[in-house]
Design a protein around this ligand. Structure first.
Ligand code: E4P
Length: 215
């Protein structure tokens, strides 16, 4: 399973990269705004900065909602760096844009996916990744992990190449459940990745080993 970090914060991306477990980065307009990155040129430069401090794919999201606008933006984003994946929202023109990019060999990440039907359409259109939002489904009392199970099963039935990129991850149980379900990728905030390290028995066991080593 690949680990992506879900942030536009360069320090956090560096920290995850230095840990040696990072396979890519996802961003979205809210995450860019959170870092105070404003204006077209600054945002484009920030995507290149992210590519330069990480390995693997970097998802950069279009903000147009019409086909022509998404194509123009997506082609520019893809030209910034070979590892940029164009993130496209799950809307009608988005599906058309995914098909257009797929036919041109430009990779895409279909975002804001909340149902198996949406995931099926994204795969049919040739998306490289599909991003089901687990946490946001849980927030409205739906089972986000069940959606991952369904998408993994559907894609396996038909051998779709689209990778299941579980997004909106809130805690380590989400990561483990995604791993059990066979998600190809999880994208998580840094604190959730680091939470995987934690166990009280590890801490107490290490403290005892270190104390005994002094004897
Ligand atoms: C990633 O691609 C998504 O944009 C992100 O995981 C959404 O997470 P959130 O629900 O915590 O905003």
């Amino acid at each position: 399973m690949k680990f992506f970090i879900d942030t536009a914060n360069l320090e956090q991306i560096k920290e995850a990269h230095e840990l040696g477990v990072l396979d890519g980065v996802t961003t979205n307009p809210s995450l860019m705004a959170k870092e105070g990155i404003k204006g077209h040129d600054n945002i484009m430069k920030h995507y290149v900065d992210i590519c330069n401090i990480s390995d693997g794919d970097v998802s950069a999201e279009v903000i147009s909602t019409d086909f022509a606008g998404m194509v123009k933006e997506g082609e520019f984003l893809a030209s910034l760096h070979p590892r940029i994946v164009v993130k496209i929202p799950m809307i009608k023109d988005g599906i058309k844009a995914i098909r257009y990019f797929s036919d041109k060999g430009i990779r895409t990440n279909c975002t804001l996916v909340f149902s198996p039907g949406q995931a099926l359409l994204a795969a049919k259109a040739g998306a490289s990744y599909v991003s089901p939002f687990i946490g946001r489904l849980d927030d409205i009392s739906f089972d986000g992990i069940e959606l991952i199970d369904q998408i993994v099963e559907i894609y396996a039935n038909y051998a779709f190449n689209t990778e299941v990129l579980a997004a909106s991850i809130r805690h380590t149980v989400h990561i483990i459940k995604c791993a059990e379900a066979g998600a190809d990728v999880v994208t998580c905030p840094l604190n959730v990745i680091l939470d995987l390290l934690k166990h009280p028995l590890t801490d107490s066991g290490l403290a005892k080993f270190l104390a005994d080593a002094k004897k």
